[in-house]
Design a protein around this ligand. Structure first.
Ligand code: ADP
Ligand code: ASP
Ligand code: MG
Length: 488
């Protein structure tokens, strides 16, 4: 076993400390995967008796739930029944394989049926109203994790380990920003301890819903797509836990998305700043919000592979040792973006253009992943998701109506779809020649770089390329990462 894998086990002086393990959708999405997850829980509990498990919905279930709600909003109520049947099938397949005790299995399937009834009636209500509010979408979206905890807890009990399904609506308190709720850490801390401590004291494993929470009023909220990682971070900070292990379907954080670059390699150690940058710029393996509560509480964070549990995975650390020689460690991409440009020679004389522009954008609820200087002309240029571009342009045209009339601003426009490609590595920017190598490599492959954002963070360089060049850019930069460093 390598050093990282060893440090994941409990040292004698850590006795009495708590571990939070989070399992993603693929880790529980099929009978064999769930079997593997149950095995990991059993094995780990021997060295970590105080163990909290957070689970996502079974893979595809959250998509089915939300797509059905959105279809119901458009009046396509006929999608509800097939989606319900499919979700029933996914859960039944796992239950049949993992839960031999017939009465227990029956009781579990009845509970799942009850949650599916809730799904049908929520979708019918949405279809009648013709409106799926963010609040209603959270009520529907929460059902996947609510079914998952019941199934996983039963499967764990089946192998003789005491486990209890816990809905995080009892633990995590948030504001009412439905679909992207912000936790109230103070309130969450006391509720989490109040509910989980007695279970841990009894030696039971709490199996907690990822993704979902509740406002102070008790209304269900969610933490945003992919938010189960964040749930694990929040609960770990609240307990507090000693470590968090995120179990997924790849060998930790890799030098690129292995689906795009099959030869990508695991990065054994990565600093929080590097993973934060990767997660922010599109690396799905960890939700970007997970990092802050974990870092602030000084908790160890690991990413491991459910399907290859002896692999050491990635250890996320506060400060990388021996990281003075900045190297590019990974490349990531955000697809389906558009660059918005506000331009005009008269802009210099217009007060607060940037502040007004970003306020107008913020009012549309759009987040801006990147701000860049596109050219030497007077202009402001930034990226927004493709689906928000039209709304953002309309908001900016309204905000700068007078400036446009007076020709202080000449035009506000959006490019075609682009991809933001980001290379990440601590100390990279201070290392001479790195940007040069990045641009030469892209140039040699005839990838045209439309815009650059460098220096916003010391650990990354982002560049924008045409949509059709996105994959080529990622693959080219990955080849650069793997190629030997030039002599310095
Ligand atoms: P989970 O359901 O376990 O939360 P996700 O699908 O959210 O899993 O994240 C894991 C996926 O992230 C992987 O299957 C992989 O395709 C993708 N991914 C993208 N970039 C990377 C990367 N650099 N390293 C590892 N995985 C990555
Ligand atoms: N099930 C939720 C989603 O699909 C949360 C998660 O998987 O992290 O977004
Ligand atoms: Mg995820």
């Amino acid at each position: 076993m390598r050093a990282d894998a060893r440090s994941r086990t409990l040292k004698p002086e850590q006795n009495g400390r708590t571990l939070v393990m989070k399992f993603g959708g693929t880790s529980v999405g099929a009978p064999q995967a769930m079997r593997q997850t149950v095995q990991i829980i059993c094995d780990t509990r021997r060295s970590w008796p105080r163990l909290v498990v957070v689970t996502s919905a079974l893979s595809e279930v959250t998509n089915l739930l939300l797509e059905s709600a959105l279809a119901a909003e458009k009046g396509d109520a006929f999608v509800i029944e097939p989606a319900r049947l499919k979700m029933k099938q996914i859960h039944t397949d796992v239950a049949v394989e993992l839960i031999a005790d017939a009465p227990q299995r029956q009781r579990l399937l009845e509970e799942i049926e009850r949650l599916l009834d809730e799904f049908s009636s929520l979708c019918r209500a949405i279809s009648v109203l013709g409106e799926a509010t963010p609040r209603a979408l959270d009520a529907v979206g929460s059902l996947g994790e609510r079914m998952a905890i019941r199934l996983l807890a039963e499967a764990v009990r089946e192998v003789g380990v005491s486990a209890e399904a816990v809905e995080a609506t009892r633990l995590i308190v948030t504001d009412e920003t439905f679909q992207n709720a912000h936790p109230d850490f103070e309130a969450t801390r006391s509720k989490t301890r109040q509910v989980l401590e007695p279970l841990l004291e009894q030696g039971s494993v709490p199996i907690v819903t990822g993704f979902i929470a509740a406002a102070a009023s008790g209304t269900t909220t969610t933490l945003g797509r992919g938010g189960s990682d964040y749930s694990a971070g929040i609960l770990a900070a609240a307990l507090p836990a000693e470590q968090v292990w995120i179990w997924t379907d790849v060998d930790g954080v890799m030098s690129a998305d292995p689906r795009i670059v099959p030869e990508a390699r695991t990065i054994p150690q990565l600093t929080y700043r590097e993973i934060a940058e990767l997660a922010y710029y599109g690396t799905k393996v960890l939700h970007p919000k997970t990092i802050r509560p974990v870092v602030e509480a000084g908790i160890g964070l690991y990413i491991c592979n459910t399907f290859n549990p002896s692999h050491p995975g990635t250890h996320l650390v506060d400060n990388g040792a021996n990281e003075r020689n900045g190297k590019i460690k990974a490349v990531t991409a955000i697809h389906r973006q558009r660059l918005i440009t506000i331009e005009g020679r008269g802009m210099l004389g217009v007060p607060g253009v940037a502040a007004r522009a970003f306020t107008a954008v913020a009012l549309t609820g759009t987040s801006v992943p990147m701000i860049t200087q596109a050219s030497s002309e007077q202009s402001i240029c930034f990226a927004v998701p493709d689906e928000s571009a039209e709304q953002v342009i309309a908001a900016l045209n309204a905000a700068f109506r007078f400036e446009l009339e007076k020709r202080d601003i000449d035009r506000i426009w959006a490019t075609e779809q682009v991809v933001i490609v980001t290379v990440v590595g601590v100390g990279m920017i201070r290392t001479p020649g790195i940007s040069g190598r990045v641009f030469s490599a892209l140039g040699a492959q005839k990838v045209n770089v439309i815009a650059i954002a460098q220096g916003s963070s010391e650990v990354s360089i982002s560049l924008v390329v045409d949509a059709q060049d996105g994959v080529k850019a990622v693959q080219t930069l990955h080849t650069l990462i793997m190629s030997p460093e030039p002599e310095r």
